[in-house]
Write a protein that binds this ligand. Structure first.
Ligand code: ZN
Length: 265
């Protein structure tokens, strides 16, 4: 092929490509399924999803967790979100509750048994449930598959966290590929809190839903591993001493301090 014909061919190919790109529309990702435990992080993720997607469903898991009280706060939170945020009411659709009690049988962990919560041998708290988020996302993807939902949203975070390896960004990116290949359907795993500190997560709630959302999350979400909903703190209810309460409390204090400093300046 002569140089001029080669160049003409190249231009035609480039023109075809440019035309395709001009007519390319991203797949309509307007449906999302949120892993919603009833905790601060997942409630913030739910608000994030409601501000982005037209159709949002939720899924919760009953895995014999010690803090099963979070299963009781879920319906209350959903009802309050519907009532207090009319724009989100239409978007918030079905809630799914999946029972997976076998998780407590499979793993010996302080989150599903009354063992002591402390740092374990591998540098992880004894609350670590091996593979928990892998299972949650896999179950969620199975629900999303049959309901034609391409986006799965989870509140995992590797900034202020307890070191759980299944909360890491790389783990979840690998899982996104595994689920997409394994079900032959493209899934996108969104983790809006991945790189936020706990203080920034409070700020995100403020940005998404103002004081009303912060107040709802502060008073109605549940984080404490021990299931304590009697001891009151500035940041909500909880024992105040378990790793989850410590993270939540430190995040709240950090956020309050940052707000006070910015108000002064
Ligand atoms: Zn606690």
């Amino acid at each position: 092929m002569s140089a001029s014909r080669e160049y003409a061919e190249l231009r035609r190919t480039a023109a075809r490509y440019a035309h395709r790109m001009r007519n390319y529309t991203a797949p309509m990702h307007d449906r999302a399924l949120v892993l919603f435990s009833g905790g601060q992080d997942s409630a913030t993720c739910l608000a994030w999803a409601l501000s982005r997607y037209a159709h949002v469903e939720t899924v919760g898991f009953d895995y014999g967790q010690r803090h099963a009280v979070e299963l009781e706060v879920r319906p209350r939170l959903l009802a309050e979100l519907r009532q207090q945020f009319p724009d989100w009411h239409q978007r918030l659709r079905d809630d799914h509750l999946v029972t997976m009690r076998e998780l407590a049988q499979l793993s010996d962990t302080a989150l599903t048994a009354s063992a002591e919560i402390r740092m374990g041998a591998k540098g992880l708290p004894t609350t670590f449930v091996p593979g928990r988020n892998l299972l949650f996302f896999t179950y969620a993807a199975a629900i999303a598959y049959r309901r034609d939902i391409p986006v799965l949203v989870g509140g995992m975070c590797e900034t202020d966290y307890s070191g759980y390896p299944d909360c890491r960004d790389d783990t979840l990116k690998a899982l996104q590929i595994a689920l997409s290949l394994g079900m032959d359907q493209r899934f996108v795993l969104e983790t809006p809190l991945m790189w936020l500190s706990k203080a920034q997560t409070w700020q995100l709630a403020q940005d998404l839903g103002g004081d009303a959302l912060v107040e709802l999350i502060r008073t109605e979400t549940h984080t404490c591993y021990l299931g304590d909903r009697t001891t009151r703190h500035a940041w909500g209810l909880g024992c105040g001493a378990c790793p989850a309460c410590e993270l939540r409390g430190a995040g709240w204090s950090g956020w309050q301090a940052a707000r006070a400093a910015s108000a002064r300046s």
